[in-house]
Design a protein around this ligand. Structure first.
Ligand SMILES: Cc1cc2nc3c(=O)[nH]c(=O)nc-3n(C[C@H](O)[C@H](O)[C@H](O)COP(=O)(O)OP(=O)(O)OC[C@H]3O[C@@H](n4cnc5c(N)ncnc54)[C@H](O)[C@@H]3O)c2cc1C
Ligand SMILES: NC(=O)C1=CN([C@@H]2O[C@H](COP(=O)(O)OP(=O)(O)OC[C@H]3O[C@@H](n4cnc5c(N)ncnc54)[C@H](OP(=O)(O)O)[C@@H]3O)[C@@H](O)[C@H]2O)C=CC1
Ligand SMILES: C=C(O[C@H]1[C@H](O)[C@@H](CO)O[C@H](OP(=O)(O)OP(=O)(O)OC[C@H]2O[C@@H](n3ccc(=O)[nH]c3=O)[C@H](O)[C@@H]2O)[C@@H]1NC(C)=O)C(=O)O
Length: 332
């Protein structure tokens, strides 16, 4: 079964359709439907609710397709209107500017489907499935391999693009293949070699292909209690070393090996340093947390301040892991 066959909400509306919606401030906004589907294209859709930082402006246009056909229709809609497309997973590694994003934002989190195949030990998932939920589900089945992924609040698609990892494991280690959709509507199945993986990097980053599905090789047959216990240990370790009590994007910078960014930032004396509502976390200096009311520009300026200070002190350039979307020029 594929995501197309698995989608419960099959899009059925056959013609371009518009409806008037009353918004809370009594301004009428128009909802357009993606042609041949029942997927609403929202205009000026606030993205702060869709990013873990809880900051950022609106998408000019936003759509969240529930199946492959609707995703393909979204791309076609953008192509016909020459709109820039931005793909959004769970938004857990994103900093969206206060001015928002132009063009069409396509959210993949409603692409849902998962299949644990006991014959092969392979887990095939649609791009929108939650990585931590899969980690817990695999553990409860006694399937080893995803214990490390607990606590990473992203989607499968985002994990494939970012090469998400922790505890010396990462997606690239277990990826069998990823299905990707190109702007012209072509679907391809790619191997990890074709995706050019390295630490927190893949060839999909910064590109225009959308991950629709991934297959991971896991190892079934272990004692579920043991796999759950290891998964719980990883979660416990995270909660004691990383700040989960405030919105963040996880690690802001890649580790400039052999150093760790957190150590460098702490040694530069920046723990607790704050710009507006954005603060270098007290528990882990490679996390910037939104202490409440932060603007995207606060976070952006804090990122630039950290880079500048670490460069001055250590002559090391910290590369952001977080993806910045929208316009930040003149923010600081
Ligand atoms: C508390 C916390 C802890 C974290 N811990 C870790 C950790 O231990 N290890 C780790 O690696 N990361 C960690 N992260 C970062 C983040 O969760 C991962 O990078 C995650 O893989 C991002 O997935 P996402 O679905 O949220 O992607 P998003 O943040 O939505 O997007 C990330 C990038 O991928 C692109 N993208 C997303 N989905 C698709 C798709 N289907 N097709 C094409 N492009 C797509 C986006 O355009 C963007 O460029 C943490 C984040 C938080 C908030
Ligand atoms: N700081 C930030 O910016 C952000 C932090 N987060 C945090 O990230 C964390 C991710 O945690 P994580 O545990 O990986 O995933 P979640 O807590 O998100 O849980 C994911 C799924 O796994 C299930 N689950 C959770 N714990 C267990 C368990 N002990 N046994 C079996 N199933 C379980 C949940 O079931 P059920 O629903 O039944 O509990 C849920 O379906 C959460 O604490 C979340 O609050 C998330 C986004 C942003
Ligand atoms: C959270 C992320 O991934 C995390 C992942 O969860 C953890 C666990 O495996 O390992 C990496 O963190 P990390 O390298 O900071 O791991 P930690 O073990 O917390 O710290 C490394 C070293 O830095 C030191 N450290 C860390 C934070 C700090 O404020 N001060 C400090 O001195 C620690 O004492 C340790 O000696 C990933 N980060 C990167 C950039 O690779 C993410 O990518 O978003």
């Amino acid at each position: 079964m594929t995501i197309s066959q698995a989608a419960g909400n099959v899009c059925t509306v056959s013609a371009l359709n518009t409806k008037k919606h009353q918004t809370t401030n009594s301004v009428e906004s128009e909802v357009i439907y993606l042609p041949s589907t029942d997927c609403a294209i929202k205009s000026q859709a606030s993205l702060s609710a869709f990013t873990s930082y809880r900051v950022g402006g609106a998408a000019d246009l936003y759509v969240a397709p529930r199946n492959l056909e609707a995703l393909q229709a979204s791309l076609k809609y953008a192509k016909e209107r020459d709109l820039k497309v931005t793909t959004l997973g769970a938004g857990s590694n994103l900093l969206v500017s206060d001015g928002g994003i132009s063009g069409l934002v396509i959210a993949t989190r409603h692409l849902r489907f998962s299949n644990f195949d006991p014959n092969t030990g392979q887990l095939t998932v649609a791009a929108g499935e939650s990585i931590p939920s899969l980690a817990w589900a695999a553990a409860e089945l006694g399937w080893q391999g995803l214990e490390w992924a607990v606590g990473i609040p992203g989607t499968a698609g985002g994990a494939v693009v970012m090469n998400a990892g922790a505890h010396n494991s990462c997606i690239a280690d277990m990826l069998v293949s990823a299905q990707v959709l190109s702007p012209d509507g072509t679907l391809e199945t790619l191997t990890p070699e074709q995706l050019g993986y390295s630490y927190r990097t893949s060839l999909l980053q910064g590109g225009d292909r959308i991950v629709t599905q991934a297959t991971l090789q896991l190892a079934p047959g272990a004692d579920p209690a043991k796999v759950v216990a290891i998964t719980k240990e990883h979660k416990k370790h995270r909660l004691s070393t990383q700040p989960y009590n405030f919105p963040s994007c996880g690690s802001v910078f890649r580790n400039p090996k052999p150093y760790s960014a957190g150590w460098l930032i702490e040694q530069t004396g920046l723990k607790g340093y704050q710009i507006g509502g954005a603060q270098v976390a007290l528990l882990h200096a490679n996390f910037i947390v939104n202490r409440g009311g932060a603007k995207a520009s606060d976070i952006f300026c804090l990122i630039r301040h950290i880079q500048h200070q670490v460069q001055e002190r250590w002559s090391i350039n910290l590369e952001p892991e977080v993806k910045m979307l929208g316009e930040f020029q003149g923010a600081c």
